[in-house]
Design a protein around this ligand. Structure first.
Ligand code: GLY
Length: 335
């Protein structure tokens, strides 16, 4: 078992990565936890044994479950069960489950402890780590949320063996992102070590900038376009696949701004292709509408802000030039 930590002084928490990590739940529960509310989806098909009295609270499947109505329903169910701050929420599932359960933990009784047991590759390398929680609005993804750090995260790589291929592919989109954030040789590592390398990278970034005052924004590399695509509708791309297209787009934008050369753009294409991920925009998407949506991204304080590669590495950059953004869109339409 690989044991890591997200170092946040008195809120530091462990992240266990390896086969069977889910069986370590009792030892990472907050000291004295009386009962556990297990938030999960029936489609996951297995649950965890917290070693204290517990009840399962299922939520629906899919991104469409990630809305405020689900938060209200879950809070009401927990209130009827009598959940208190002396209890713990255990989130067992992918990003939808950990985002919703984490947000409920942040707001129910103004905060109860939560342990995440991410069951997808995407959840293990990204969503369950770092305390971002929240739900979508019709106007955009993750527009309502809170920073609420878990007490522990158990990344059980055994659970990845039964993931549907598309789900695994989606996780590889987030993994590809880490290749540009300084994690080397990811494709050559055994799965446990690859997951741990991503977690270590994210933990380091979160420890240095928990609330995204600056550096943490680099974790959104590839996400500005991905979120715009996802806001436009269902174009058949899973989140990590949309991130993969977003990585290529970000490279094309950085190249047009003179921040990286053609060779570095080619490197982006080769990493993304190596993970067997898409590199082009779905054909029916209207580039102008996507560019309009960039201004609604949470990184955009005034105008459009992109996370871009460059001489100092990946960093947030204001990009006011609409025609440049549209030009870069052409490169991912015809490529
Ligand atoms: N998924 C990006 C972050 O946690 O900051």
């Amino acid at each position: 078992m690989i044991e890591l930590a997200v170092a946040l002084s008195d809120r530091t928490y462990p992240v266990l990565v390896g086969s069977g990590a889910r069986h370590r739940l009792l030892e990472v529960l907050p000291v004295g936890a009386r009962r556990a509310a297990i938030v999960t989806q029936s489609s996951i098909g297995w649950t965890v044994d917290p070693g204290v009295p517990s009840q399962v609270f299922p939520i629906g499947d899919g991104e469409e479950t990630k809305h405020l109505g689900t938060v209200e329903d879950l809070c009401r169910d927990l209130a009827q069960w009598g959940l208190t701050r002396a209890d713990v929420i255990v989130a067992v599932g992918g990003g939808v489950v950990t985002d919703v359960a984490g947000f409920v933990a942040a707001v129910y009784h103004r905060g109860v402890p939560v342990v995440h047991v991410p069951t997808t590759l995407l959840g293990q390398v990204d969503a369950a780590i770092g305390g971002k929680t929240g739900v979508n609005l019709p106007e955009g993804k993750n527009l309502v949320g809170a920073y609420w750090q878990p007490s522990a995260v158990l990344c059980d790589t055994e659970t990845l063996g039964t993931l549907p291929p598309r789900e695994h592919r989606s996780g590889r989109g987030e993994m590809a992102k880490y290749a540009f954030l300084g994690v080397d040789d990811l494709p050559d590592l055994p799965l446990d070590e690859a997951v741990a390398a991503c977690v270590r990278c994210k933990a380091d970034i979160v420890a240095s900038d928990e609330r995204e005052g600056g550096r943490r924004a680099i974790l959104n590399y590839g996400h500005t376009l991905a979120h715009a695509i996802e806001t436009e509708g269902d174009y058949g791309l899973r989140h990590g696949e949309a991130v993969a297209v977003g990585l290529i787009y970000a490279a094309e934008v950085a190249h047009r701004l003179g921040r990286i050369d053609a060779e570095r753009v080619a490197e982006h294409r080769s990493v993304v292709a190596g993970y067997d991920l898409p590199m082009n925009l779905p054909p029916d998407l209207e580039p102008g509408r996507l560019v309009d949506l960039f201004a609604r991204d949470k990184k955009a304080i005034a105008g459009v802000t992109f996370v871009l590669d460059g001489p100092r590495g990946v960093e947030p950059v204001a990009v006011p030039d609409r025609s440049l953004l549209l030009g870069a869109m052409e490169a991912i339409r015809r490529a």
